[in-house]
Every structure is written in C-alpha cells, then in structure tokens.
Write a protein that binds this ligand. Structure first.
Ligand SMILES: Nc1ncnc2c1ncn2[C@@H]1O[C@H](COP(=O)(O)OP(=O)(O)OP(=O)(O)O)[C@@H](O)[C@H]1O
Ligand SMILES: [Mg+2]
Length: 270
C-alpha cells in the first residue's frame, strides 16, 4: 500500500474525494455555476464531455452543494432505463412506492413534484446521467417532465449528462424538438498541462502528503499519457505511486512514470 509509505491519511486519485475538496479548474467552475443557475431557474441543461472528464463528479458536487431545504436532487443513471422505470426511480427517491403502469407512475410523480413545490417550497432537480446511452423515447419522456404544466415556470430543472455521442445525437433532425428546448449547454474538456499539475497537487493535498512527490518531468509524462483527462491522470498517478513505494522513492521522476506507463495501453497516446 503506497499510502503507508508516503504517510497519506486518504487515498488520492480515487472517486472518493469529497466534493468540497475536488479540484477546481476555470472550466469546471464555470460549468458548475451554470448548473447552479439551471437549478435555481428550473431550466433544461445539457452537460457533455468525453469519458472521464468529470461530468459525474461535477453532478455530485452539485447535489452536495444545493441546500436540501430548498432543493431535491433526483439522480438517475441506468443505461436500460425505460419511461416506467424512470418514473419509478424518481418516485422511490421521493420515498414513494413504485407504480406498475407507466401512466400511473407518471401521474404519481407529477403529484409528488407539486407537493414538493407548493407545500415544501422545494425545487426538484432531475439529473439523467449517461444519457448518451438512452433511446429517443426515453429522452423525450424526460423532456415532457418540463412542460406537463402550462405554467410560465418549469416544474423541475432537468440536466441531461452524457458523452459526446449525446450531443451528436441531439443535433440530428429527429431530436430537434428536444434540442430546441435546451436552455444551457455545458461542455467539459480535458485539462491543459498547468491544470493537470494543479490537479495532481490538489489530490496530494487531500491525501495529507505535504511535499511534492512527482517531479516536473514526471508530471509531463503523466500529461502526455492522459491528455489531461482526470480519470487517466488518476490511473497514471496511482500506478506510479505503487511503483514508487515499491522502489522506496520519496520523489518520483519521469523515468519511473515512463516504466509504469509503458505497460498501460489505454492512454490517449496509444
Ligand atoms: N474536479 C475533480 N476533482 C477531483 N477528481 C476529479 C475531478 N473530476 C474528475 N475527477 C476524477 O476523475 C474520475 C472520472 O471523472 P467522472 O467519473 O466524473 O467522469 P465522467 O465524465 O462522468 O466519465 P464517464 O463519461 O465515463 O461517466 C472521477 O472518478 C474522479 O476521481
Ligand atoms: Mg460519468
């Protein structure tokens, strides 16, 4: 275990990092602010990015930071989602029982949303993650949630999050009805080298390790491998820390990182 060798209190470079200690880049901070406004204004947002660029992490931060007294965040991530299971997932998160028929589930959900809005004064934020995997029927059903009432304000905020295929799909004419209703478009792209270095530093601070471990050249190798994609940075750093601890290196240079990454085949350079 490298944590012991490096005197770490938490394991860095994992998805377990608390949302208030996540790394902030200019881009992800801006995306985050736009999602907060989406929740406040009850609008419809898209969050698009390549795998591992931090979409789910940003959504987790959103859920953690929206005050529970004012918002109810309903998060769904299921590639096999059907309209009925979608409504039932949401009902279950609201503490209600599932309904067998799609229409009954839809009506029960509308009723719960109204109770939440009018009696509890809370706004619903529905998040559909991995939305690139969902069929058109499912995306349309989610979009209908926005205008089942004819009020001037939407009854919910809706965030569809997915990989770039979602964006490609929504631009097809068959999906125009959905795309036209989108109020906010957010894109997450990989970090540049300076941001990748800061990301590594943030992770090491979170771990409780007080001095730098990776040399500048080592971070350059990590950046070349990962292209600034946080998931790949995590993988490169974790493998390097394992290797470094086995070799009793308190400082990890590019030679070590290159040895480790030679056997990794999923980096962007391959
Ligand atoms: N801002 C951040 N701070 C700390 N760690 C992050 C941050 N963004 C991403 N990560 C790390 O990168 C990993 C991948 O991010 P995440 O799962 O959010 O990507 P994604 O865009 O949802 O990918 P996918 O499209 O495959 O679902 C996370 O498990 C987390 O460890
Ligand atoms: Mg994700």
């Amino acid at each position: 275990m490298f944590e012991m060798f490096y005197g770490m209190h938490h394991t860095p470079f994992t998805r377990g990092i608390p949302s208030d200690q996540m790394h902030r880049t200019r881009q992800n901070s801006e995306v985050f602010s736009r999602l907060i406004v989406t929740a406040q204004k009850q609008s419809f947002a898209l969050l698009i990015g390549e795998p591992g660029t931090g979409k789910t992490s940003t959504l987790r931060r959103l859920k953690d930071e929206l005050p529970e007294s004012e918002y109810m965040v309903l998060y769904v991530s299921d590639s096999k989602l059907t309209p009925r299971s979608f409504y039932n997932y949401l009902l279950n998160q609201l503490g209600c029982k599932s309904e067998f028929h799609r229409n009954a589930a839809r009506n029960a959900l509308h009723k719960q949303i109204e109770i939440m809005r009018t009696m509890q004064n809370r706004k619903a934020v529905v998040i559909l993650d991995e939305a690139h995997l969902l069929p058109k029927e499912m995306l349309e059903e989610a979009r209908f949630l926005l205008n089942y009432k004819m009020d001037s304000e939407n009854p919910i905020a809706l965030i569809l999050s997915g990989q770039t295929e979602l964006w490609d799909k929504l631009r097809l004419s068959a999906y125009r009805a959905i795309l036209e209703r989108v109020d906010v478009e957010c894109f997450l792209t990989p970090m540049d080298f300076a941001e990748t270095k800061q990301y590594i530093e943030t992770q090491l601070i979170y771990s409780g390790h007080e001095t730098p471990i990776f040399t500048e050249d080592a971070m350059r190798s990590i950046f070349t491998f990962s292209g600034g994609n946080p998931r790949l940075v995590n993988r490169a750093c974790t493998q390097s820390l394992f290797y470094g601890s086995q070799m009793k290196q308190t400082c990890i240079d590019s030679k070590s990182v290159d040895i480790v990454l030679e056997n990794e085949v999923t980096g962007v350079g391959h």
